[in-house]
Design a protein around this ligand. Structure first.
Ligand SMILES: Cc1cc2nc3c(=O)[nH]c(=O)nc-3n(C[C@H](O)[C@H](O)[C@H](O)COP(=O)(O)OP(=O)(O)OC[C@H]3O[C@@H](n4cnc5c(N)ncnc54)[C@H](O)[C@@H]3O)c2cc1C
Length: 269
């Protein structure tokens, strides 16, 4: 939709340019989806020219402006098995995927902070850390799992920019798998659960989609079925499940618990 309060677009935008009334612009697929009466200026990050994906000795750096299409096509660093095991599945978890893949960005997905944010799921599951740049040049890092605090809310303060997400090499080399469920074939994710077996034998389960914010459950050794179910019940309160047109909380909780057990059994093999 037209954002008819916007009077200026700064393109390309740079860190440090933010002032009240500004909004950072990624792909615009969430920003242009609803009225933004408080926004008078757009700061176009997509034009900043940041390299989308950078393989480093210590892991993978994903620029906030990396599009979903670029992430889907990335075939570099085959040793990052855990990444490749789930990345394409997470891209495909977008509702009506192909319509938005070429413009929607990883950073925009994290900052929009929808429960069904599949880039939140991917990067939280792989121990991602967000690099945030403040309007005064201050830098800080926050784990992706802590960056999203609720449906549509993050720890980002006014004017703070998400520059990139770093995935550490240690989280990229184990085995991974995922389960995703929706009310209909191409529907918005009602539950997206990711499992990662680290080389040391432990299991990390990341629950998104079903819940208002991501939940990471870390098991130092492979747990049995009951341990996983008890941990889910203890760590995710009933009010933590999403209640909207894409699924009732009780159904989302059921899917989460079922998917978690399927993942545990698969990664135990
Ligand atoms: C058909 C369709 C299907 C969709 N399906 C899904 C879905 O299944 N799951 C889902 O989560 N979303 C979905 N969306 C919503 C949206 O497309 C995605 O969340 C997308 O990833 C947003 O990315 P973007 O780059 O377009 O963000 P934008 O729209 O550009 O930005 C979103 C918000 O984040 C801020 N922002 C963007 N980049 C930065 C940055 N680097 N630093 C700080 N702030 C920033 C913007 O100011 C804005 O508030 C869908 C949208 C459409 C139109």
């Amino acid at each position: 939709m037209d954002l008819n309060t916007v009077v200026e677009v700064v393109s390309p935008a740079r860190p440090g340019q933010w002032r009240p009334g500004d909004a950072w612009l990624g792909g615009g697929t969430a920003l242009f989806a609803e009225p933004q009466p408080h926004v008078t200026r757009l700061l176009d990050l997509a034009a900043a020219g940041w390299p989308a994906l950078t393989v480093r000795e210590d892991g993978l750096e994903i620029a906030a402006t990396c599009t979903v299409a670029e992430l889907y096509q990335f075939a570099g660093a085959p040793r990052f098995e855990a990444f490749h095991g789930i990345a394409r599945g997470c891209c495909s978890a977008f509702l009506a995927s192909f319509k938005i893949w070429n413009v929607a960005t990883v950073g925009g997905n994290l900052c929009a902070a929808l429960p069904a944010g599949p880039m939140i799921a991917l990067t939280a599951a792989l121990d991602g850390t967000c690099l945030l740049l403040g309007p005064d040049g201050a830098r800080r890092t926050v784990a992706v799992a802590d960056f999203v605090t609720g449906a549509g809310t993050t720890v980002r303060s006014d004017g703070e920019l998400l520059r990139s997400v770093h995935l550490p090499a240690a989280a990229l080399t184990g085995r991974s798998t995922y389960r995703q469920g929706s009310l209909h074939a191409h529907g918005r994710s009602a539950a997206l659960v990711i499992g990662r077996r680290d080389p040391g034998g432990g299991l990390v389960l990341t629950v998104t989609g079903a819940t208002l914010r991501p939940h990471r459950l870390v098991f130092p050794v492979l747990p049995d079925a009951e341990t996983v179910q008890v941990a889910l019940a203890e760590r995710i309160p009933d009010q933590g499940y999403v209640d909207d047109v894409h699924g009732l909380p009780a159904w989302r909780r059921h899917l989460t618990r079922r998917f978690a057990e399927e993942i545990r059994a698969e990664l135990a093999g």
